[in-house]
Structure formats: structure tokens, C-alpha cells
Design a protein around this ligand. Structure first.
Ligand SMILES: Cc1cc2nc3c(=O)[nH]c(=O)nc-3n(C[C@H](O)[C@H](O)[C@H](O)COP(=O)(O)O)c2cc1C
Length: 170
């Protein structure tokens, strides 16, 4: 741990602007959606998008087994789903927590209500302590709204926090 008070480290790290989105994952009959904030593009050629996923999350296992994931960008005006998707989701027919999904080209779920989506196959996985960094090669992407410039949800639109130092670890 750096020689910085954990509270300070948290407050500084929480200042990093982050998106708030849902990750879709699937291995066979097991599907999941998960609230995610650590997402960024990391290469232009190939086009790679990285997500860092807790090693103990269901999503982590499904991405490893399924070899793909989707990033579902959400309307900024509707941050309600993020609370429910911070626990493993319930699948009922072609819905996750009651929200309709369809299969992307890799078989991973894309949320019909997402304003935009990015679908990736796993290009490389890097173990990063508590998390695994999945570098995903983009295989599909698109908008699902009529709006020209939709505003997408960000961490600062909610009172939720993620990251900083591990709770109980100080
Ligand atoms: C606002 C918010 C942001 C989150 N961001 C991430 C993230 O970037 N990476 C991660 O591994 N978990 C993140 N989580 C935690 C997961 O959503 C949570 O651990 C979930 O239970 C794990 O999902 P799963 O076991 O259903 O796959 C976040 C949670 C919240 C509430």
C-alpha cells in the first residue's frame, strides 16, 4: 500500500471520471449482466476496449468461459438498473433482471434498452491483483437510439462509488 491515508487515496481515486454501464457475459446457458465502471479503449489497431473485472465475480468466470463480453452504454437519465446489476442477475426467458436482451454475434447478451453497445472477443487477459483486465477486440458496435448525440450514464450521475482501496484492507 502507498504511504497515503486510505481515505485520501479513495477520495483521489474516486475523482477519476468513469462511465457507468452494464457488462453482458455468457457461457452456455449461464448469462449475466453486471454494473461496471472500469472501461476504456486501449488500442486503435486492433481496436481494443479494456474492462477490469473482480476475480470473484460471476461475470469474470463467464467471460473466461465464453471468451467474449458486451459493454452496454446506458441513458444518463436512467441510472436505476445499476443498483440491481451489482449482484448476479436473474434470467427469465430472454430477459436479465426483467430487461430484454438479445444475442450478439458472439452469443453474449446485448441489452435492448442500451443506447449503444460494444461487443468484444477476449484478445488478452492480464491478472491485476484483485481484478482481471480483459482486453477485448471489438467485433461489433452500434447505437440503439434515434437520438443523434445520446448522453450516457457516468459514475458522477449517481451517489455510488467504486474502486479506491479494498474495504477491510486497511
Ligand atoms: C457503481 C458500481 C460500479 C462498479 N464497477 C465495477 C467494475 O468496474 N469492475 C468490477 O469488477 N466490479 C464493479 N462493480 C461491482 C460489481 O457490479 C459487483 O461486484 C457484482 O456483484 C459482481 O457481479 P457478478 O458477480 O454478478 O458478475 C461495480 C459496482 C457498482 C455499484
Amino acid at each position: 500500500m502507498p504511504d497515503v491515508a486510505p481515505e485520501t487515496l479513495n477520495r483521489v481515486l474516486w475523482k477519476i471520471p468513469n462511465v457507468l454501464c452494464l457488462i453482458g457475459s455468457r457461457a452456455g446457458d449461464e448469462w449475466n449482466g453486471m454494473t461496471q465502471s472500469w472501461v476504456t479503449q486501449v488500442s486503435m489497431e486492433p481496436v481494443l476496449v479494456a474492462i477490469s473485472v473482480d476475480a470473484s465475480a460471476v461475470t469474470n468466470r463467464l467471460i473466461k468461459e465464453g471468451g467474449s463480453f458486451t459493454v452496454n452504454l446506458w441513458d444518463r437519465a436512467d441510472t436505476r438498473p445499476f443498483v440491481k446489476f451489482s449482484k448476479p442477475a436473474t434470467k427469465d426467458g430472454m430477459t436479465l433482471n426483467g430487461r430484454p436482451v438479445r444475442e450478439g454475434v458472439t452469443g453474449a447478451p446485448i441489452f435492448d434498452e442500451a443506447v449503444a453497445f460494444i461487443e468484444c472477443t477476449v484478445w488478452q487477459t492480464i491478472e491485476c491483483g484483485t481484478h482481471d483486465l480483459f482486453l477485448g477486440e471489438v467485433v461489433d458496435a452500434g447505437f440503439q437510439t434515434e437520438e443523434d448525440e445520446p448522453e450516457i450514464a457516468r459514475m458522477e450521475d449517481t451517489r455510488m462509488k467504486y474502486g479506491g482501496v479494498k474495504r477491510g484492507g486497511h
